[in-house]
Design a protein around this ligand. Structure first.
Ligand SMILES: [Cu+2]
Length: 115
């Protein structure tokens, strides 16, 4: 009986530890920016799951702008820049380049599909 109770307590502790570890580690997603596209362009995310974007410009100083979050970041060629956020509502979250990079700049965008 006591052994069984200890096993349950140990199992509960491991479960809590596992959940804490799962919440602590964000999902890492690598995105590249190159005239005139982001790759990947469409990214599926889970509601409430923290993500860490690693963004790299390949050819030009692009910008990464998330209008719904009112956040942006400069992308410097050859240097990965990290951008962390947690989607708090389901739906589509658009992102775009906000640093003019040439004739195709207006179409340089992408989206997160959050479920
Ligand atoms: Cu651009």
């Amino acid at each position: 009986m006591i052994t069984q109770r200890r096993s349950c307590i140990a199992l509960a502790a491991l479960t809590v530890l596992g959940l804490a570890r799962a919440q602590a580690a964000p999902r890492t997603i690598e995105i590249t920016a190159q005239r005139f596209r982001f790759a990947p362009r469409v990214i599926a995310l889970k509601l409430g799951e923290p993500v860490l974007l690693k963004l790299t410009a390949l050819d030009f100083p692009h910008g990464f702008y998330l209008p719904d979050f009112e956040r942006r970041i400069d992308l410097v060629p050859g240097r990965a820049v990290e951008f962390a956020f947690t989607p708090t509502r389901a739906g589509t979250l658009h992102f775009l380049c906000d640093n003019f990079c040439g004739e195709g700049h207006e179409g340089m965008d992408g989206r997160f599909e959050i479920q």
